[in-house]
Ligand binder design. Structure first.
Ligand code: GLU
Length: 401
């Protein structure tokens, strides 16, 4: 029998062909490739804390290895970790969840993936506000759902219940909420959040609340978790959480979900046949993160606040830039349309020029669903932030001429 030639075009599945690659990861990898070539790159692309994981967390992982906690755990994580998550929500938000509602995942991204594929059928509509985190629509595409985007430019990128209502059809199954938002840093006020969830409840829909920037908000905005919602609304909700940002643990890949037991059982089934339990050593580290001292979180928040204050003023000085005040996360998301001209026609081209001419990485807004904007991450030292903004101003001035 003749064998097929090795250079045959690979028949990528329809489900995966529907997904576009992650532009946030691409920006990070572009910076990494330039660094490997010895180029003096300023990386304002990565949505990743520049802080090291706190020592108490590392020590807990070290101890876990020594004690031989290197085996499988239950699919949804160890009982100790589930209890640590439950205690955290009790302590912070006065809500009691049951272990049957809580599972640990390999990063917040897996929690969202599990939640979407456990619920969405082909043709179901899923509401996603623009600008959105790049991964939301792609998971929906993978599940053969239909992402339905909600424009929020008129409300300065804050999603409102009125806008949600306008986009609901009989096919709407799910809405994905993310506050503080990546990339805009905008926060949905708690009263508006509750109005949206009331609508979700009335229309028999479901919601995912991606709370991965939960702890990083700047006054007057306040820390808010959807866990605070009235009990009947919680039945319609899956909270997706992450250790990556709060405890500077991106590489450890640890997140969690909290949802009603039936939804959680379906998610456990997905995870049980894909990755099984998250890393057992990272789970021990996460228990320490939740139960141990929290001063590293306030120290990081204080430093982000310092950088944010500096950055927002600096952006105002750049010709052609306009920026809505981010209230959370560690991103600024300026409108750069004032810099576009005959020569540079889109934010993608602006980002490209910045990379080529100024060796500075930012993430193009188009990947987040809005052309004409760029995402600047300030999860980097004030020193490189200053250097990056210098370089950006140089390009903006050149384009203004
Ligand atoms: N969430 C981060 C970002 O938006 C990490 C990259 C990713 O997983 O998309 O940059």
């Amino acid at each position: 029998m003749a064998t097929k030639p090795a250079n045959e075009i690979f028949p990528v599945s329809e489900n995966v062909s529907r997904m576009r690659p992650s532009s946030t990861l691409a920006a990070m990898q572009a910076a990494e490739a330039m660094r490997a070539e010895g180029i003096d790159v300023v990386d304002l692309g990565a949505g990743e804390p520049d802080f090291d994981t706190p020592d108490n967390i590392k020590l807990a992982a070290d101890e876990a290895m020594r004690r031989g906690q290197t085996k499988y755990t239950p699919t949804g994580g160890s009982r100790d970790l589930q209890h640590a998550i439950i205690n955290f929500y009790e302590r912070e938000f006065g809500v009691s969840f049951d272990r049957s509602q809580v599972m640990a995942t390999s990063g917040g991204k897996q929690a969202i993936f599990n939640a979407v594929v456990s619920l969405v059928n082909p043709g179901d509509e899923v509401l996603i506000a623009k600008p959105y985190w790049v991964t939301f629509p792609e998971i929906v595409n993978f599940a053969r759902g239909t992402p339905v985007f909600i424009e929020t430019e008129e409300s300065d990128f804050v999603l409102t219940a009125d806008e949600v209502r306008r986009r609901i059809t009989p096919r709407t199954k799910l809405i994905i909420l993310n506050s503080p938002s990546n990339p805009s840093g905008r926060v949905i006020p708690p009263s508006e959040f509750e109005r949206i969830m009331q609508l979700v409840y009335e229309r028999g829909m479901y919601a995912i609340s991606d709370e991965c920037y939960l702890r990083f908000v700047y006054p007057p905005a306040e820390v808010y978790s959807a866990a605070r919602l009235p009990a009947e609304l919680l039945g319609r909700l899956c909270i997706a959480g992450s250790f990556s940002k709060t405890y500077a643990m991106t590489g450890w890949r640890l997140g969690y979900s909290i949802a009603r037991p039936e939804w959680t059982r379906a998610m456990l089934n997905v995870q049980g046949h894909s990755t099984s339990n998250p890393n057992s050593i990272a789970q021990r580290a996460a228990i320490e993160a939740l139960n141990g001292p929290q001063d590293s979180v306030s120290n990081m928040l204080a430093e982000y606040t310092r950088r944010r204050n500096w950055l927002l003023k600096a952006i105002e000085e750049i010709p052609g830039f306009r920026c809505i005040q981010p209230e959370g996360a560690f991103y600024a998301f300026p409108d750069v349309r004032g810099c576009l001209n005959g020569e540079v026609k889109s934010s993608a081209e602006f980002t490209e020029r910045l990379l080529k001419e100024e060796q500075t990485v930012v993430t193009d807004g188009a990947g987040f669903g809005v052309d004409g904007y760029i995402r600047i991450s300030y999860a980097t030292s004030l020193e490189s932030l200053k250097e990056g903004i210098n370089r950006m101003s140089r390009l903006a001035e050149k384009l203004a001429r």
